[in-house]
Ligand binder design. Structure first.
Ligand SMILES: [Zn+2]
Length: 146
C-alpha cells in the first residue's frame, strides 16, 4: 500500500489516499467539465484502496451542480477545491483533487483529459462507484451541526 497525503492551502482540510498502486502508476485525470477546468483540477482515486478526509465542518463549503449527484469539497477558509464525493445509502466514495491538495508524489504529473458530458445520472453514479475510492469523512473540532 502507498499512502498519499495532502492538505488544502490553510490546512483545514486534510486528505489521505491509501492506494494499491504506486504513485507513478496511479491514473491522474483532468476532468474537462466546466467546474474542474476552472480549478485546473487533477484527480486521482483507487477503488481498491481507501481514503479519508479530515475536515473542520465550519471550514467546508459543499458545492453541487449539474446532476447534483456529486459534492465538491471546497475549503471555506482558503478556497481550495479539495476533492469530490459521492454519498449513497450511507456509503461515501471520493476522488481527490491532487493538485489542490498538493500531493507531493503526484507533483509534475499532467492529468489525462476525461469527458463525461452526456452521461446519464445512473451511469455517472455507477462509474463513480467503480472508479472512486471508498471514503471515510472524519469531522474535527466542535460538535457536528444538527
Ligand atoms: Zn483551506
Amino acid at each position: 500500500m502507498w499512502t498519499l497525503r495532502g492538505t488544502c492551502h490553510c490546512g483545514a482540510i486534510r486528505a489521505t489516499l491509501r492506494s494499491t498502486q504506486a504513485p507513478e502508476a496511479l491514473q491522474v485525470r483532468a476532468c474537462q467539465c466546466s467546474f474542474c477546468t476552472r480549478h485546473g483540477a487533477m484527480t486521482a482515486s483507487d477503488p481498491a484502496g481507501s481514503a479519508t478526509f479530515h475536515m473542520q465542518r465550519a471550514a467546508l463549503t459543499r458545492y453541487q451542480f449539474g446532476t447534483r449527484s456529486g459534492t465538491s469539497l471546497i475549503c471555506a477558509c482558503c478556497g481550495v477545491y479539495a476533492g469530490v464525493i459521492l454519498e449513497d445509502r450511507g456509503q461515501t466514495w471520493s476522488a481527490l483533487n491532487v493538485r489542490g491538495l498538493a500531493v507531493a508524489e503526484l507533483r509534475g504529473r499532467s492529468g489525462e483529459p476525461v469527458v463525461y458530458d452526456g452521461e446519464t445520472l445512473q451511469a455517472r453514479i455507477a462509474r463513480r462507484k467503480v472508479k472512486w475510492t471508498p471514503t471515510e469523512i472524519v469531522w474535527l473540532g466542535v460538535a457536528p451541526e444538527l
